[in-house]
Each structure stands twice: as structure tokens, then as C-alpha cells.
Design a protein around this ligand. Structure first.
Ligand SMILES: CCCCCCCCCC(=O)SCCNC(=O)CCNC(=O)[C@H](O)C(C)(C)COP(=O)(O)OP(=O)(O)OC[C@H]1O[C@@H](n2cnc3c(N)ncnc32)[C@H](O)[C@@H]1OP(=O)(O)O
Length: 211
């Protein structure tokens, strides 16, 4: 199905060409996790860390938007390497990053172990975060299939609490197409057990694909 991502990435986005940006995003992810979960550090120690962090931040000139390279418009398959995207972007510290692979059969598969930063009720993953993940994996699949579309309606069914600190296996596929309306479905499975299913009604752009 289309070109393999590994061929396209060389033309559009190759993370190997940005080792510093990828490394700093990873370091900030680790920092966020440590800050949100530490019970060992005292309040005074953390206040001192805050001062040092502000000095580091002052040395980086911030922009208004995440640095990102456009995804190809599809069709493409293989592992999707995102740059600034909040779900799979390797430059974005908020991103898992989710690893998404577009399979030759036109479906998407992804895996991610959620950070404790996204804890919701019951010591489990926040439902808004799992909704974010299923929306992203469906949207990415459509992009890979060559469909530039926005989510019109997202319906999420929470079957069971999604545990933290376990790999979440995501899958997405297209259910049907009706003109510009494309219905996709997605599922999250943990240890072989489905915890979330979703349906997305995506509205394809009337014009050409956007980056
Ligand atoms: C870089 C790419 C890879 C990363 C992927 C990540 C995935 C991320 C996915 C997202 O987060 S997308 C962001 C969240 N979505 C939005 O912000 C969408 C905001 N809404 C809009 O921009 C417009 O309302 C929309 C494009 C969805 C539709 O506007 P249009 O003017 O193009 O639609 P139009 O009114 O012509 O309706 C076309 C058909 O779609 C139907 N429709 C429109 N909006 C709908 C809706 N919201 N839900 C369900 N159906 C809808 C509408 O009834 C109609 O059906 P019929 O043809 O049968 O008459």
C-alpha cells in the first residue's frame, strides 16, 4: 500500500537529523515524570530545582507553535515518525510518544505505555487521554490512506479501567465511507483485554490535503 514511510521520512522528516531536539524532548519527558511523582525530594529542594529550570528555559528562545514537519499525504505504510504532534511527535515532550505503524492491509497499530502524568480515577489512565489516543490513531490512519479529514464526531465506550504502567495496544481501521464522511473504529487492548472502543466520524476535506 503506497510507499513505505522509511522512504518518505528521508524526504520529509528524519529524526536522525535532529538528535539534540529528540534528546531534549525525551529528557523533558523524564523530568515531568520525576517532578509529578517524586516523594523523596523536599519542598525546598524542589523550589531550588524550579530556579535552575527557569534559568535553562530563559536560555531557549520559545516560539508560538511546535516545530513540526508535515506528514506525507499518503497513501503510505510502515512506522509513522511524527515531529511536533502531541501524540506521536518525537520533538514534543507531551507526546508518549505513541509508536504507530500502518499495516499493509490498511489498518493501524500502535503501542504506548502511558505516563503517570495521565492518571485519572482509580489509579487508571484518564479517559480523556485514551480518547485523545484513539482519535489520533484513527486520524493518522486516514492520513496514511490518503484521506485528509477532521474528526466530526468521536464516540468512546469505556469497557473497563485502562491500567497505568502497562503497554496499551491500539488498533484502528476504516468501517465505511459515504462521500466525504468516513467512519473509522479503534480499540485499546491491555494484556489481551479490550478496555476502550471508539468510533470516529471523520469529514474529509473538500479541497486538497493539508500538511
Ligand atoms: C497531521 C495528521 C495526522 C494526525 C492525525 C491526528 C488526528 C487528530 C484529529 C483531530 O483532532 S481533528 C480536530 C478536531 N476536529 C475539529 O476541530 C473539526 C471542527 N469542525 C469542522 O472543521 C467542520 O465542522 C467539519 C470539517 C467537521 C465539517 O464542516 P464542513 O463544512 O466541511 O461539512 P459540511 O457542513 O459540508 O457537512 C458535510 C457532511 O458531514 C456531516 N457533518 C458535518 N459536521 C459533522 C460532525 N461534526 N459530525 C458528524 N457529521 C458531520 C454533515 O451532516 C454533512 O453530511 P451530509 O453530506 O450527509 O449532508
Amino acid at each position: 500500500m503506497g510507499q513505505d514511510w522509511t522512504q518518505l521520512e528521508r524526504a520529509l522528516f528524519d529524526p536522525a537529523g535532529h538528535p539534540g531536539r529528540v534528546a531534549v524532548a525525551e529528557a523533558v519527558r523524564e523530568l515531568m515524570r520525576a517532578v509529578a511523582t517524586t516523594t523523596a525530594a523536599t519542598d525546598d529542594e524542589l523550589g531550588e530545582v524550579a530556579g535552575r529550570l527557569r534559568q535553562i528555559t530563559a536560555g531557549i528562545v520559545a516560539g508560538d507553535r511546535c516545530v513540526r514537519y508535515p506528514l506525507p499525504t499518503g497513501p503510505f505504510s510502515g512506522r509513522v515518525l511524527g515531529s511536533g504532534d502531541p501524540v506521536f511527535g518525537m520533538f514534543n515532550p507531551v507526546a508518549g510518544p505513541l509508536v504507530v505503524t500502518i499495516e499493509p492491509d490498511g489498518t493501524a497499530a500502535g503501542v504506548l505505555t502511558p505516563s503517570p502524568l495521565f492518571e485519572g480515577p482509580g489509579g487508571a489512565v484518564h479517559g480523556g487521554y485514551t480518547a485523545f489516543l484513539v482519535d489520533a490513531v484513527m486520524g493518522t490512519l486516514l492520513r496514511a490512506l490518503g484521506i485528509s479529514a477532521l474528526t466530526g464526531t468521536l464516540s468512546v465506550r469505556y469497557l473497563a479501567l485502562t491500567p497505568l504502567a502497562r503497554p496499551l495496544h491500539l488498533s484502528a481501521w476504516v468501517e465505511s465511507t459515504d462521500g466525504r464522511k468516513v467512519t473509522a473504529a479503534a480499540r485499546i487492548t491491555v494484556d489481551g483485554r479490550p478496555t476502550v472502543t471508539a468510533t470516529g466520524l471523520f469529514i474529509a476535506a473538500a479541497g486538497p490535503a493539508q500538511g
